[in-house]
Write a protein that binds this ligand. Structure first.
Ligand SMILES: [Ca+2]
Length: 413
């Protein structure tokens, strides 16, 4: 096994595993004339899911085929409501949105109102969704779309893996039918964010996560000795890299500027005594040492005027809740935006570097349930069943997010 991380966009970088197949059309940064990538998003909207939906809608290189909803940050019905409301805000009521099983496979459902607000979208308020829910169930939708367009669909999961585990039950050939599975989930060399070893999405439904990783392990094992096309390994982006994507008040101010909306509450409120905006360095390069509690008080002040642009107001109000949360628990006034980062990587794999590794999920450990275990030293002797992200370019992603979502907001003014 190669110890050398692999840039998927670098054909010379794939030494070490014949299984590291890269779909040709994904192998490179997307230009304006790049083909649009058909993606299905699986979400538990969720503040960062909401921003990920906006990123997908704002991306000229994405063809958003459908969105499937999973319980997680909030219950599945609220997820479906939030998802449709955000899509309507983005001007995409045409996107199919499906509900699936509303609880994890085995565990009781756990939600996280303290992280994402009572309705999952922070302090934001959106008009009730009017677009209909799909008549299809999420796992069926995933299986049917994969069968209908073999080798084309990129499935991006930003939620517990419940729907994908059930889609595998409906269609065991899923690992060979998808162009790629891209997972936001796990913590491979990093500590967890829900237990000391478990990341939220895996924590909520570890049994589903185990089924998914094992399905790809089985598919890879089935490839042994085959001269046919290699199974395309899923990209797994865990906290190791997603926590590098920290959105700070200064970034949101830039987004407002990109949207042509001028001043904006987080920027106005989150200023120091000298009136200087609290601007962090490039995302991932550090964090402002600002007094989070004081900032929080200012940001919550009622006299901060809401921006007139509805999409920008949504982004500001939802993120403000997340920033307050991170100020309390993570020591910086800003927000980890895991989910949009993963969508960005799904659209442009050159934004991250990956290492092929065998991954499995602990489901029964007294202290370690929900842990994603990566066999970096190849002690199990198993073939790699995932490409785990080991580096990622959060700065380029944040710039892209500001430019794209800013442009979308301007178009929705
Ligand atoms: Ca999510």
């Amino acid at each position: 096994m190669s110890e050398r991380p692999v840039y998927l966009a670098d054909p010379g970088g794939q030494a070490g595993s014949a299984r590291v197949a890269t779909p040709a059309r994904l192998a490179g940064p997307a230009g304006s004339d790049a083909p649009r990538v058909p993606i299905v998003l699986d979400v538990d909207t969720g503040i960062d899911d909401g921003l990920a939906l906006l990123y997908a809608c704002a991306s000229p290189d994405a063809d958003l085929v459908a969105v499937t909803c999973s319980a997680g940050n909030v219950d599945a019905r609220q997820v479906a409501e939030n998802t449709r409301a955000v899509l309507e805000l983005a001007g995409r009521p045409d996107v199919e949105v499906a509900l699936g099983r509303e609880v994890p496979l085995v565990r009781e459902l756990e939600t996280t109102p303290e992280t994402h607000g009572p309705h999952g979208i922070g302090w934001a308020e959106l008009p009730p969704a009017t677009m209909p829910l799909s008549g299809r169930r999420s796992p069926d939708l995933i299986a049917e779309e994969a069968r209908r367009r073999p080798g084309e669909i990129v499935l991006v999961t930003l939620a517990p893996l419940t729907n994908v585990a059930l889609a595998l039950e409906a269609e065991p050939r899923l690992p060979r039918l998808l162009r790629r599975l891209v997972i936001m989930g796990g913590a491979y060399r990093a500590p967890g964010n829900t237990t000391p070893v478990s990341e939220w999405n895996v924590h909520v439904d570890p049994d589903a996560a185990r089924i998914v990783f094992r399905a790809w392990a089985d598919a890879v094992a089935g490839d042994a000795g085959s001269t046919g096309e290699a199974v395309v390994l899923p990209l797994a982006l865990g906290l190791d890299v997603t926590e590098r994507a920290r959105l700070l008040p200064g970034h949101v101010a830039r987004l407002a500027e990109a949207a042509g909306a001028g001043q904006y509450p987080v920027e106005r409120a989150a200023t120091g005594a000298e009136g200087r905006a609290v601007e962090g360095p490039a995302a991932g390069a550090g964090m402002p040492s600002a007094d989070g509690a004081a900032l929080e008080a200012r940001v919550r002040s009622a006299d901060a005027p809401a921006p007139g642009n509805p999409l920008l107001r949504y982004v500001a109000d939802s993120l403000r809740f997340y920033m307050e949360f991170h100020a309390r628990y993570d020591g910086f006034y800003g927000a980890f935006i895991h989910d949009p980062f993963v969508v960005a990587v799904a659209l442009d794999e050159a934004l991250a570097r990956f290492q092929p590794v065998a991954v499995d999920v602990e489901t029964s450990g007294e202290l370690t349930s929900g842990q994603t275990i990566a066999d970096w030293r190849h002690l199990w002797g198993r073939e790699a069943n995932a490409l785990v992200a080991v580096e990622a370019d959060a700065g380029t992603f944040i710039d892209r997010l500001i430019e794209r979502v800013g442009r979308l907001a301007a178009s929705r003014a």
